[in-house]
Ligand binder design. Structure first.
Ligand SMILES: CC(C)(COP(=O)(O)OP(=O)(O)OC[C@H]1O[C@@H](n2cnc3c(N)ncnc32)[C@H](O)[C@@H]1OP(=O)(O)O)[C@@H](O)C(=O)NCCC(=O)NCCS
Length: 300
């Protein structure tokens, strides 16, 4: 069985009446079609659920998919500490701030230099501007990261869901690398000792690093490290202005175990460490971040 997920604006209004989240997409041109293959049982389930709301199946599917996609993205930037995680996080909070290897301390803070000299010329980190920056040929070796930049970054940034920063050679438009960050939450109810100033509800603000990637042709020349330093600088600024306790990221497993380990090692060199419950999820406390950036231990 095949369902065609296309729909009209009037039908989306129906979704709102039925209590569904009104999509921003209804202001978009309805130009794309997604085909979903499924069996009879799922087909019946979809048909019955859509009928119970008095909706066209395609309208129902679109709203359901959008809702699930939002839920997954939100879950990705929320971390609930287990007891083991809490122990690791608490000892990191107490530990002297020392990145495991020198990589984290090699680079100058990127935002204090408007233009960073590198092997391939002067590098700039700029807020992604889809009208100006050329992302068409970007290829880092991981399709998901290429597709994010080409297909999702513009909309996510427009919706204020994330901020995307790109590395370009001074005066050039071609994107050599990028990172994407958004705010997240870490539930620290498991922490034996609540950090000073932490709110009663036990949720601490974190900066979530969603993506970081460098074009294959530019890899191994320090651009990834410069992008990471830009993230550290941002975290310091956010911590100072709105509060931020740690940077959290998910290490991608695309390309298999070896690729995963290489990425994990790259992040560990900056000082990130894995959560006990989810080794693919890594964190770094602001104390460590400030030490790398060279800022005083706490915002004054
Ligand atoms: C990981 C990545 C962002 C590093 O950027 P970079 O500009 O190559 O990094 P730098 O030049 O600052 O540092 C080089 C180090 O990166 C690491 N590295 C290089 N290529 C890598 C790769 N494909 N995957 C993971 N780490 C890599 C190595 O440790 C290397 O150190 P070495 O030269 O001593 O071996 C880049 O390689 C990349 O985009 N990889 C593909 C996408 C990806 O895996 N992103 C991370 C998802 S979690």
């Amino acid at each position: 069985m095949t369902c065609n997920a296309t729909c009209t604006t009037w039908a989306l209004k129906e979704i709102a009446h039925a209590g569904f989240h009104q999509s921003e997409l209804d202001s978009e041109t309805q130009s794309r079609t997604t085909q979903i293959r499924h069996g009879d049982a799922l087909g019946d389930l979809i048909a019955r659920a859509a009928a119970s709301l008095g909706l066209d199946k395609s309208v129902f599917l679109r709203a359901a998919i959008e809702r699930e996609a939002s839920r997954v993205l939100e879950a990705a930037s929320r971390h609930v500490l287990t007891k083991d995680d809490a122990a690791r996080f608490a000892s990191a909070l107490d530990a002297a701030p020392a990145p495991t290897r020198a990589r984290g301390q090699q680079r100058k803070p990127i935002e204090r230099v408007s233009c960073m000299p590198t092997e391939i010329g002067d590098l700039r980190i700029e807020l992604f501007d889809p009208a100006r920056h050329d992302r068409a040929g970007f290829a880092c070796g991981v399709d998901r990261l290429d597709n994010y930049l080409k297909l999702s970054a513009k909309k996510q940034q427009k919706d204020d869901m994330t901020r995307v920063y790109v590395a370009v050679e001074d005066g050039q438009a071609i994107i050599l690398g990028y990172h994407a960050i958004n705010l997240g939450i870490m539930n620290v109810d498991e922490l034996a000792k609540r950090p000073r100033g932490a709110p009663d509800h036990g949720e601490l603000p974190i900066l979530f690093l969603g993506q970081v990637a460098v074009s294959i042709s530019a890899q191994g020349r320090g651009i990834g490290s410069i992008l990471m330093h830009h993230v550290f600088e941002k975290a310091c600024r956010i911590a100072e202005e709105a509060g931020c306790f740690a940077i959290v990221l998910d290490v991608m497993s695309d390309g298999g175990e070896e690729a995963f380990k290489r990425r994990q090692g790259w992040y560990a060199d900056f000082g990130f460490q894995p959560f006990a419950s989810t080794p693919a999820r890594m964190f770094m406390t602001m104390k460590q971040v400030r030490a790398i950036v060279g800022e005083p231990a706490e915002a004054g």
